[in-house]
Design a protein around this ligand. Structure first.
Ligand code: NAD
Length: 510
């Protein structure tokens, strides 16, 4: 099949996959909101926004489900998550294909995203037997003090287009094991993958008699639907992933009603290439982190500080990689860089490049790539921009494949530059010098939530806590002790004696 035929077939491809994934046709053929594939620009679905009344009813139903679910023993709740993991394993290729069609990721990255969902399910199944609290020494005789962790309620999940399915699973797998219900508002750019995940969840729930109706639900729409989750008194936690602008709107509204916010916002991630770095390894690490997912990962590498002693050996090789990387249809084997999500993203990229040029930047790449068949889609060659310094445009996140490259002399200077941006998500250093590596991950080093050595800043594993500082929002998701965000902690003091000694030696004899 030639590319032109494939280009023409994105809509029927999506229809086949949605059918196999069990999404009812009326959910994606009959609505007012058109869903466009970034692969071809074609409309691949018509979804219906959830009405305000229906959003309220969905949250109420989820709350009722939570009231039942909280009494199901946690390891039993884990069994539902195990079944969800089974459904995801069986559907991996189809769901990956839909991620490609709706978000534009190349096949290995799209299936990698589904694999992340499977991994977090496995993790949450184990976690369902490990929701433990501490026993703490008490100052009173014949007393015991301990912590217990209880389910929280309905967790609202608001997600971004660029990880259309994994972000839900990082939240939902943990929240379900923790005894919560979940209401998900996916990006308006990627509702089809959300409907497919919901269909898979429903398949799992149908095999599990203890799952109450409404335990996990999807509501479709734009920011107003997200706002309804943010405002609802029966949603004690909103986990919101997206731009810093979105977090700035959401956080104060949650704070005003004392609800919890788990924020995963924009990043502006850097890497440092030191004199001792293994340049072959650094080249691969930098190329994947900067160009992978067409620069549309929150952890994409956007700023590169190269020591002046290796700059001339390293940067020309990197430029060659930029010139040769295969840009094109993400369904084609061999493609490494697929399309941007839409033409607006392409225009934002071009504006950033113009601003960088004005500030003295020398741009390699960044040109549009025409697709056979004349697809109206945003294919672009990734851009490498040699900058004279960390100017204003470098300090901003442009959600596109632009890598700003700068020289440095002293490591302290590079670390200061790494930290001198409003965002604090991910960072890395390439070095064979143990002192440099340890300094970078120390208290005086990177100020980011993720600080890596000899790997790029992107491609985190679910076992660690994921998230960042400053304008990235401070939230942590996935592994480590992130589960605590989805539960409430109670401190219990038990008196098993016959007297009533008061704390701090207080006397109150009546
Ligand atoms: P976006 O902010 O435009 O949208 C994200 C989600 O928020 C969408 O579902 C949107 O409808 C919703 N939303 C927007 N305004 C809202 C409001 N006022 N109230 C409630 N909901 C609202 O982001 P995007 O363009 O989809 O994604 C790209 C951005 O997401 C980048 O900045 C990227 O760095 C960030 N991101 C961060 C992480 C992370 O883990 N830190 C992960 C993925 C993406």
């Amino acid at each position: 099949m030639n590319l032109q035929t494939k280009i023409a077939s994105a809509a029927s491809d999506a229809a086949d996959v949605l059918g196999r994934l069990g999404v009812r046709p009326e959910l994606w053929t009959a609505g007012d909101r058109a869903v466009r594939s970034p692969v071809t620009g074609e409309i691949i679905g018509q979804v219906q926004d959830t009405s305000p009344e229906r959003v309220q009813a969905t949250i109420e139903a989820a709350h009722a489900a939570y009231l039942a679910w909280r009494s199901v023993p946690a390891p039993r709740r884990g069994e539902l998550v195990r079944l969800l993991g089974e459904e995801l394993r069986a559907a991996k290729a189809d769901l990956g294909r839909l991620v490609t069609l709706e978000a534009g990721k190349i096949a290995s990255e799209a299936e990698g995203e589904v694999q992340e969902m499977i991994d977090i399910c496995d993790y949450a199944v184990g976690l369902s037997r490990q929701l433990f609290g501490l026993t703490i020494a008490t100052e009173r005789p014949d007393h015991r003090m301990m912590e217990t962790w209880h389910p929280l309620g309905v967790v609202g999940v608001i997600s971004a287009f660029n990880f259309p399915v994994a972000v839900w699973s990082w939240n939902a797998a943990l929240a379900l094991a923790c005894g919560d219900a979940v209401v998900w508002k996916p990006s308006e750019k990627t509702p089809l993958t959300a409907l497919a995940v919901q269909a898979l969840f429903e398949r799992a729930a149908a095999r599990f008699p203890d799952a109450p109706e409404g335990l996990s639900a999807v509501v479709i729409g734009g920011r107003e639907v997200g706002e309804a989750l943010v405002e609802h008194p029966k949603v004690p936690l909103v986990s919101a992933t997206g731009s810093t602008a979105m977090g700035r709107a959401v956080a104060p509204r949650l704070a005003a009603r004392f609800a919890r916010a788990l924020l995963e916002l924009g990043g502006n991630n850097a890497a440092i290439v030191c004199p001792s770095a293994d340049l072959d390894l650094a080249l691969r690490g930098v190329a994947f982190a900067a160009m992978g997912t067409a620069g549309q990962r929150c952890t994409s590498l956007r700023r590169l500080f190269v020591h002046e002693s290796v700059y001339d050996a390293f940067v020309p090789r990197l430029k060659a990689a930029y010139a040769s990387v295969a840009v094109g249809d993400p369904r084609e084997a061999g493609t490494l860089v697929g399309p941007l999500i839409d033409l607006a993203a392409f225009e934002a990229m071009q504006r950033a490049l113009a601003e960088a040029r004005k500030a003295g930047g020398e741009v390699t790449g960044g040109d549009p790539v025409a697709m056979p068949g004349g697809a109206v889609a945003a294919y672009v060659r990734p851009a490498l921009v040699e900058m004279p310094g960390q100017t204003e445009i470098v300090r901003r996140e442009t959600f596109a494949p632009i890598l700003y490259v700068m020289r440095y002399r002293e490591l302290s200077e590079a670390i200061d530059l790494n930290n001198d941006v409003p965002q604090g998500l991910s960072s890395s250093i390439f070095t064979a010098d143990m002192r440099e590596a340890e300094l970078f991950i120390s208290a005086r080093g990177s100020d980011c939530g993720i600080a890596n050595v000899n790997i790029g800043p992107s491609g985190a594993e679910i076992g660690g806590a994921f998230g960042g500082e400053k304008e990235t929002g401070g939230g942590r998701e996935a592994g480590s002790d992130s589960w605590k965000a989805y539960m409430r902690r109670a401190t219990n003091t038990m008196n098993y004696g016959a007297t009533l000694p008061l704390a701090q030696g207080v006397k109150f004899d009546i």
